[in-house]
Design a protein around this ligand. Structure first.
Ligand SMILES: Cc1cc2nc3c(=O)[nH]c(=O)nc-3n(C[C@H](O)[C@H](O)[C@H](O)COP(=O)(O)OP(=O)(O)OC[C@H]3O[C@@H](n4cnc5c(N)ncnc54)[C@H](O)[C@@H]3O)c2cc1C
Ligand code: FES
Length: 333
């Protein structure tokens, strides 16, 4: 997989512990960095790799927002060491936390830095679609609300399509199922798609609260640090095992015919053959490696991203897929 160096065009202090980084994309890389709202970049932060969601709408300058985690390695390095003019090494946009249509009804639920991908979706629905959005946004206190001004301006510009409901712990305490359930339920319904992003206990409370309401689909983005290094080079020699299943892979408009040895993960096989298959965490947690299985049957070792609808549509995680029954036909296009 190829990584790219992008210049930091500006650093914007958002709150006492959050900063936005606007990145310059040279015209020749515009296609590489074209993205869906809600996707993320994988960034080399000193010696580690970390994922940061894009908060801009596609077509606007590429922007990530990093909140300093107490004792965190990557986020502290980003917030204290990266300045305007620096180069950041990044992998292309990835992830599946994106609406398929921009014209529906959306319930966006975020806490703290979880606003980042949600703002990307919100901006895109309002500016490029016709959808209506309710944002429920939880924070410690008023001063920790990232993008408070941006949200105020959007709510004033789109009074009939955007409703913002704030929850401040300093006023209402920790968001509990009993507390947030009645606030969310008026904005649910059979055609509403929900997108949730925030700390694990917050998401658990929201998922529980939504269980008693009807929604079309709940999408969840979990912010976790990577334990593997997706920037590390992987062996470039093709596998020596000749036995295996026939595997046809369509990527960037070209079909490659390979052999998929048993006990090997699909992503490793593709990378070993020199194909630029996307990936990030390699742990089944981010969705960057999602592709569509058109023939064959795989077994996924771990899947914390794809839901029942994705699976029924044939989507699989290449980094977690072991061959079960071939021949295989896979598409990234
Ligand atoms: C798809 C995705 C999108 C994301 N988008 C964003 C975003 O837009 N903005 C954002 O701010 N973050 C985002 N994140 C989270 C981000 O990638 C990092 O996880 C986050 O910045 C913390 O990384 P860190 O290196 O600072 O902390 P880490 O060094 O990973 O530490 C995290 C916490 O774990 C504790 N810890 C570390 N090591 C140990 C140990 N060995 N034992 C016990 N505790 C330990 C630390 O004290 C700290 O509290 C996203 C994550 C994902 C997967
Ligand atoms: S690379 Fe993250 S799920 Fe496969």
């Amino acid at each position: 997989m190829t990584s790219y160096s992008l210049r930091v065009a500006s650093v914007i202090p958002e709150t006492a512990d959050a900063r936005s980084f606007v990145l310059d994309v040279p015209p020749e890389l515009a296609d590489v960095f074209a993205h869906e709202p809600g996707q993320f970049l994988t960034v080399r932060a000193a010696s580690v790799a970390r994922c940061y969601s894009l908060c801009n709408a596609p077509g606007s300058p590429l922007t990530i927002t990093v909140k300093r985690t107490v004792d965190g390695f990557g986020s502290v390095w980003m917030c204290s060491s990266v300045s305007e003019g620096d180069l950041l090494e990044v992998l292309p946009p990835a992830g599946r936390f994106s609406p398929r249509s921009l014209d529906g009804e959306f319930l966006l639920v975020a806490a703290g830095s979880g606003i980042t991908p949600v703002l990307g979706i919100l901006r895109t629905v309002l500016t490029a679609g016709t959808g209506r959005v309710t944002l429920f946004y939880a924070n410690r206190d008023e001063r920790s609300v990232i993008f408070a001004g941006v949200l105020r301006a959007l709510a004033a510009e789109y009074p009939d399509r955007l409703r913002v409901v704030h929850w401040l712990e300093s006023v209402s305490g920790l968001p509990s199922v009993a507390g947030i359930g009645p606030l969310l339920s008026p904005f649910t319904g059979p055609s509403v798609e929900a997108f949730l992003c925030g700390p694990a206990p917050f998401m658990a409370a929201v998922e529980e609260a939504l269980r008693s309401s009807e929604v079309a689909r709940v999408h969840v983005e979990r912010f976790q640090s990577l334990s593997e290094d997706p920037f590390a080079s992987v062996a470039s020699a093709p596998p020596s095992v000749a036995d295996g299943f026939p595997l046809d892979v369509q990527i960037d408009g070209t079909t490659h015919s390979l052999v998929w040895p048993p006990e090997r993960r699909m992503l490793d096989v593709l990378v070993e053959h020199g194909l630029s298959a996307p990936s990030s965490c390699r742990e089944g947690r981010c969705g960057a490696c999602t592709c569509r299985l058109e023939d064959g049957e795989v077994e996924m070792v771990n899947n914390e991203v794809l839901d029942a609808t994705d699976l029924s549509e044939g989507y699989v995680l290449a980094c977690q897929s072991l061959p079960k029954a071939g021949p295989f036909r896979v598409s990234y296009d």
